[in-house]
Every structure is written in structure tokens, then in C-alpha cells.
Design a protein around this ligand. Sequence first.
Ligand SMILES: NC(=O)c1ccc[n+]([C@@H]2O[C@H](COP(=O)([O-])OP(=O)(O)OC[C@H]3O[C@@H](n4cnc5c(N)ncnc54)[C@H](OP(=O)(O)O)[C@@H]3O)[C@@H](O)[C@H]2O)c1
Length: 248
Amino acid sequence: MSVLSDSVAVVTGASSGIGHATAVELAKHNVKVVVCARRADRLESLVKEILDAGGHALAFPCDVTDRSQVEGAIEKTIATFGRIDSIINNAGVMPISRIEDLHVDAWERMVDVNIKGVLYGIAAVLPQMMRQGSGHIINVSSVAGRRVFPGGSVYCATKWAVHALSEGLRAEMASKNIRVTIIAPGIVRTELAEHVRDDGTKDRIQTMLREGEPLESVDIAHAVLYAMQSPAHVGINEILVRPTSQEP
Ligand SMILES: NC(=O)c1ccc[n+]([C@@H]2O[C@H](COP(=O)([O-])OP(=O)(O)OC[C@H]3O[C@@H](n4cnc5c(N)ncnc54)[C@H](OP(=O)(O)O)[C@@H]3O)[C@@H](O)[C@H]2O)c1
């Protein structure tokens, strides 16, 4: 019997990569998992995979850049289960390029998904968690939220923002029994790198993925589980996980 049994968790960005793996691992611990992302077909196959394995899952597709869609998904979760124990704000994009290339549309997308998407998730669950007197908000940042690299300025800025807002929220929620955790992965083999705009950076990341030994999504899912399974009085504030072979 897992300490997480029958708890209710929402995972955003669950249609691929880290979010997908996290949903699968949570379901193995008898968590009732609500999966969100835009690609509804992928969410449906994930739900089927979890149900076939004897777990419990529901898909509420949503675009995290649309506040009303995020609120709708959380309202449906509360209507179905009556509570929300945790949210993993994981949806993110990384169409990185050098600032001088002025891909302003891509900057806006990163701000909208990586910062506003996280804020909308927090805003949607917080009233319910305050009513319950408990909850756990887990925000997926990155090593890029701790260091800045050329070509990654805007992406890094969004992840630094996730660190800052998570730390502020953690301190504000300390007296309310609501835990806040930052998960900061190094390089993980997922679809994320496919959207890099700058060819030089894309080649560098693809080489690192090919020739290094990157993390797999399940490695990050295990970090999420570690934070969630810790006793209620233990707040895991931040977990930074790099591949052993990653230098910067
Ligand atoms: N891979 C890495 O090396 C790495 C390293 C550090 C941090 N991270 C972070 O880890 C998180 C997950 O990324 P990943 O590596 O697993 O990449 P991924 O496989 O590309 O997954 C990204 C997820 O975000 C969702 N998403 C994107 N835009 C969305 C939107 N507007 N509304 C709702 N969902 C949206 C995608 O689903 P849809 O397209 O179906 O909406 C997808 O499920 C991100 O926050 C990323 O910054 C990744």
C-alpha cells in the first residue's frame, strides 16, 4: 500500500516525455491521475495504458496558456473526485534561439506556456487546497533555471521565473500545510529538443542526446514521486537532477 494511494494528482504536459512518465508512475502508486495537454488523442492512449495496467486515470485536455481551460480542467477534477492533493505543473516548450534573431513569437510562447501556464495551474488549484488545508504544488523547472547559456536566454528566464515564484509561494504557504517543490532536470531524452529554433543549438543538443547518456523521463518521474512520498512535515523544496555525464 503506497502512502499516495487514492490521492488525486493533476499532471500537465502529460501527452509526452516527463509528464507522460510521471502519470504512469503515479498510477502505479494507486494515485488517481488527471492528465492534461492539448493532444487529446495522446492523452486517451495514456489513460488506456493506465487503465489496462489496473490504475485510475482521466483525461481533461486543455491548453495551459488559456486560463479558462485550465480552470475548467481543475473544476472537472474537483467535481469528479471532490479534492486535489497535488498538481505537477510540467507543460513546457523550448523553441530557443539567440536573442539577436528576434523570434519574438517564440519568446511569447515560452512566457505563455512556461510561466503563465504554471501560474494558471497554481491559481486554479490553490482555493481548493486552502479549503482542504493540504496540498502539494510541484513545478517543473530546469537546470536552465539555475544557469544561463547563450541561445537560451528567454527559456532560461522563464525557468528562473518558475524558481522565483515557487520559492515565494513556498514561503507564503508554509503556514497553510501546502508544500511546494521545484523539480529541475538536466538533459532528458524527450520531444522537447525537436522544437529548438536555432540550428547550431539544435545540433549541439542532438549530439548530447546521441553521444551522452541523458536522463530518461522515468528518472524525473522518480524524483517527483520522492517529493510526493515524503512525510507531510518534510517539504522537499527543490530537486536538481543531471545526467552523471552532464558537465554544465
Ligand atoms: N527534456 C529536457 O531535457 C528537459 C530539461 C529540463 C526541463 N525540462 C522541462 O520538463 C517539462 C516537460 O518537458 P519534456 O522534456 O517532457 O518535453 P515534451 O516531451 O515536449 O513535453 C512537453 C509537454 O508540454 C505540453 N504542452 C506544450 N505546450 C502546451 C500548452 N500550451 N498547453 C498544454 N500543454 C502543453 C505538451 O503537450 P501538447 O503538445 O499535447 O499540448 C507535452 O505534453 C518542460 O517544462 C521542460 O521545460 C525538460
